[in-house]
Ligand binder design. Sequence first.
Ligand code: SF4
Ligand code: SF4
Length: 94
Amino acid sequence: MPKRKKKEAEEIGFVTTLSVPSEGSAGLTGSWRVFIPVLDGERCNKCLLCWIYCPEACINKDIRINYDYCKGCGICAEECPRGAISMVKEEKKQ
Ligand code: SF4
Ligand code: SF4
């Protein structure tokens, strides 16, 4: 586990395995996305559930989403207890 992620896990008190997103043979997985998660910072209470649940490990502890790797699965929005994440149809750049 990278040192930064290990430190984050220790600070929070979780004993878990964390991964970090990385480029695969198909390139950046963010290009697969149809819907994009959009955070409403006013609603967010920094509970970190989205950080825990994101299967791509592309939300960091400061609740910043790494759009290079976010696949738009919507799990973060589903799990957020505050309704702070909305899934919005993404306009693809040509
Ligand atoms: S789950 Fe929702 S409220 Fe909790 S940190 Fe993520 S966006 Fe914020
Ligand atoms: S939409 Fe899916 S991949 Fe993207 S940040 Fe949310 S949980 Fe992670």
